[in-house]
Structure formats: structure tokens, C-alpha cells
Ligand binder design. Structure first.
Ligand SMILES: NC(=O)c1ccc[n+]([C@@H]2O[C@H](COP(=O)([O-])OP(=O)(O)OC[C@H]3O[C@@H](n4cnc5c(N)ncnc54)[C@H](O)[C@@H]3O)[C@@H](O)[C@H]2O)c1
Length: 407
């Protein structure tokens, strides 16, 4: 019942279905029972309206009554950057104990090709039931983009792949209740890889424009002007913007599920590794630029008050997982900077020992204002106007005539 599970649960409830919402996190279950949302994209009013149809619980036993079970657990990386299927295995074991004949099970979590058939099916079959014969099994990747409002679950085509044609039809009928367009593919593996292709496509293109941003910095060319100009081509070009690096639960993590799997097939996935390397370099580039700006003003980083605006990984969301903002904080703290941040979405950075402060307090007396994530509702031009130095990593102040230096 996280970023993926909650929107799906309220969508099915909204379509008139009874929903059992299972999570191991009792806090989320408590919020759901109270009809409150804990995810920005899902308004509390929507959860409250759906609440009479949602049975929220930490117990898997409730799943026995369901016609379909959608698995939306996290798929992180281990410390060695290998797939960590721990949450999926735990969820599958729990489900296998209550699985019954005729149910449909769909994995929604992003993962490497082969997971549904080779990892999920055998655990579910510990129930004594056979996948594709006694219960239906499919994979359908979630495409939610936190903060996006122009496309919804209903209007975003849903890719589905299953282990038999009958399983595919069951899954397609299910999603047809909440999605306008169903895209059937021949296998779960094709659906698993399609999701990874989408994420790797973004990761590689962001890395490309980030590398050009670093080159432009040396060549004294404005990367934003270059991107704007290239974007006027009506075909064959897609706009990607530079920034302080990639964050969130998906792009910094998912591509490595495929590079890990590819090694089993004697393949090195060069694009994935290279994109990861370039994107991970960006916070270092940003901090070097901070150092340079302060140096030009005759100031060391040590002891300088730096006002950070936005620390979550993207505008309009509270998610700080893998946020480049955290890396920037860590690097600047190691250089002895006096750090203060304002991010209305992130009350505290506990590990970094920082708390969100009012915008005016953060900016008062600062030596440099650093726009890391440009949340809506803030006039960034006005905000940084009074700071002696300003660095804008998101390009939101460009063309304003202000003094902020761009990435
Ligand atoms: N967040 C996104 O934008 C997004 C988009 C597309 C795909 N995905 C993929 O969807 C999956 C879920 O991502 P998310 O962002 O929703 O993660 P999340 O951390 O927000 O939510 C996952 C939830 O699963 C719960 N959970 C963990 N183990 C469990 C278990 N054994 N049984 C029941 N609940 C359990 C957690 O408590 C948490 O509430 C991941 O594979 C992710 O890559 C995420």
C-alpha cells in the first residue's frame, strides 16, 4: 500500500469493487482505516470516499476472500547493488498460505525478466496449487509517475503479460475495470522487460544531457539554451533536462536489476552502467560549482551558510529516497558548510541531523542559495534575489534576469 498500491486500491474501490488492502506497516493501515492518505498524489478525500469499500489489514488471511491479488511490494537493491527480492519472497510466502483455486495473482513491482515465472510461481505453488492451471498468474508493471496529473491510472495504457492465454485474459479483464487501454504482450518476461526499457530509456537520456551539462560548464555554453533549441525539432528529438542527478525508488535502482540479470547471460549492459555512473557524478559536479562560486567571492565552503531550497528527489513530492539532494548535503557537510534547508514536503533529514526551517530563516544571512528541487508554490526568483550568490540546479530562474547561476 505504498506509492503504487494505494492509488490502485482506491481506483478499484472507486470502480465499485471491494478491496482488501494489506501492508506490513501498521501506520499505513491505521491511516487507511481512518480514511486518510499518506501519499501526495492521492487526496485524503479520495481515500475517505473509498474507505467504506477498503478493508485495511496487516493480515494476509484476508486475501483468501479475494478474486485477484496484486503485489506491489518494494524491489530495492542490496548493499552490493544486487536485486533484493526479500519483500517479494516474504509477500509470496504469506500469500501461498492463503492462496485458493481460481484466484488471479499479478505482480506489479518492477523487476528483472523471469521473476514472475522463476521466482514468484514456485513460491506460490508451495500452496499445492499449480500456476496457470489452478490459479492465474500475470505480470503488469505500474507506470505511476509521482507528481504527474496529465495522465492517470485510467488513461495510461496498462501492459500485461501472463504465463498462459487464459491468465492473460483474466488479468486484462481485471485491469479493464480501471484502465481504458490494455496492452497484451505474449509473456510476463516481455512485460517485465518493457518496464525496465522505459526506465532505462529515461536514465540514459538524463545521463546524456547531464554529461553535456558538465561539458557546457567547461565550454561556457548555456545547456538550457541548447536543450531549448534542440527541442524545437518537431520529430526525432525528445526533451530531457539536466539536473543534480537521479533520485526516487525507480530510476537509480531498476536498471541495475537488468544489468544483474544480464550477467547470467554473459552480457555487460554498458548503457545502464554508464548512465548510472554519469548520473551519480552530478551531485559532485554541483558541489564543485558551489565551491567555485564561493571561491570567486573569496569565501571558503567551511563556515559559509548555504541555504538549500528543496531536498526531495523531484518537485511536488516528499520522497527523498536516493535523492541527489541528500548526497549534496552530505558532501557540503563534509566540507564544513553551515547547512540550512527549506522543503515543505520534507520536515526532517534525520540522518543528516537537519530540520526544515522557514524559507525566510533559511535565506537570512546566507552566503549562497542553492535551488536543488524547485517545488511548486515558491517564487524562486524572488526567494534567491536577496542572497549574495545563487546557484539554480533546475533552471527555474532562467530568463528572469536574476543573478542566479545556472547548472
Ligand atoms: N513509486 C513509483 O513511482 C513507482 C512507479 C512504478 C513502479 N514502481 C515499483 O513498484 C514497486 C513498489 O514501489 P512503491 O514506490 O509503491 O514502494 P513503497 O515503499 O512506497 O510501497 C511498498 C509497500 O509495501 C509494503 N511491504 C513491504 N513488504 C511487504 C510484505 N511482505 N507484505 C505486504 N506489504 C509489504 C511496505 O510497507 C510499503 O508500504 C517497486 O517495485 C517499484 O519499483 C514504483
Amino acid at each position: 500500500m505504498g506509492y503504487v498500491g494505494l492509488p490502485i486500491a482506491v481506483a478499484f474501490a472507486g470502480a465499485g469493487h471491494d478491496v482488501v488492502a494489506v501492508d506490513v506497516d501498521p501506520r499505513k493501515i491505521g491511516e487507511l482505516r481512518a480514511g486518510r492518505s499518506y501519499i501526495e498524489d492521492v487526496p485524503s478525500a479520495t481515500v475517505a470516499a473509498a474507505a467504506p469499500r477498503i478493508e485495511a489489514t496487516t493480515r494476509y488471511a484476508a486475501l483468501a476472500s479475494c478474486d485477484a491479488v496484486l503485489i506491489c511490494v518494494p524491489t530495492p537493491l542490496t548493499a552490493n547493488r544486487e536485486p533484493d527480492l526479500g519483500p517479494l519472497v516474504t509477500a509470496a510466502r504469506g500469500l501461498s498460505e492463503v492462496l485458493r483455486r481460481g484466484q488471479l495473482v499479478v505482480l506489479e513491482s518492477t523487476t528483472y525478466p523471469g521473476t514472475t515465472r522463476e521466482r514468484l510461481a514456485p513460491i506460490l505453488e508451495k500452496s499445492g496449487l499449480v500456476a496457470g492451471t489452478d490459479f492465474h498468474l500475470a505480470y503488469s508493471p505500474e507506470r505511476v509517475d509521482p507528481g504527474r496529473t496529465d495522465y492517470t491510472l485510467r488513461t495510461t495504457p496498462k501492459v500485461v503479460g501472463a504465463i498462459t492465454p487464459a491468465c492473460l485474459e483474466h488479468a486484462a479483464r481485471l485491469y479493464g475495470e480501471v484502465c481504458d487501454t490494455i496492452v497484451r504482450v505474449s509473456t510476463p518476461e516481455a512485460a517485465e522487460l518493457a518496464k525496465l526499457l522505459e526506465n532505462i530509456f529515461r536514465s540514459v537520456n538524463i545521463a546524456l544531457v547531464n554529461e553535456l551539462a558538465m561539458l557546457c560548464d567547461r565550454m561556457k555554453i548555456d545547456i538550457w539554451e541548447v536543450v531549448d533549441a534542440a527541442s524545437t525539432k518537431p520529430y526525432g528529438f525528445m526533451r530531457f533536462e539536466p539536473g543534480p542527478g537521479m533520485g526516487g525508488h525507480c530510476l537509480p535502482v531498476d536498471p541495475f536489476y537488468l544489468s544483474w540479470r544480464a550477467r547470467e547471460f554473459d552480457m555487460a549492459t554498458e548503457f545502464i552502467e554508464l548512465a548510472g555512473k554519469v548520473n551519480q557524478q552530478m551531485p559532485y559536479h554541483c558541489v564543485a560549482k558551489v565551491e567555485r562560486l564561493l571561491n570567486d567571492a573569496g569565501k571558503p565552503v567551511r563556515g559559509s551558510k548555504i541555504a538549500l531550497l528543496g531536498v526531495s528527489y523531484k518537485a511536488g513530492v516528499s520522497d527523498v529516497r536516493e535523492s541527489p539532494g541528500l548526497k549534496i548535503v552530505t558532501l557540503l557537510a563534509a566540507l564544513g558548510a553551515d547547512l540550512h534547508y527549506h522543503d515543505a514536503y520534507v520536515p526532517e533529514l534525520r540522518e543528516q541531523g537537519l530540520r526544515c526551517e522557514p524559507l525566510d530563516d533559511v535565506l537570512a544571512g546566507c552566503d549562497l542559495a542553492l535551488i536543488v528541487t524547485a517545488h511548486p508554490g515558491i517564487d524562486h526568483d524572488a526567494a534567491v534575489a536577496g542572497a549574495p550568490l545563487a546557484l539554480d540546479l533546475r533552471g527555474v530562474t532562467r530568463g528572469s534576469g536574476g543573478h542566479a547561476v545556472l547548472l
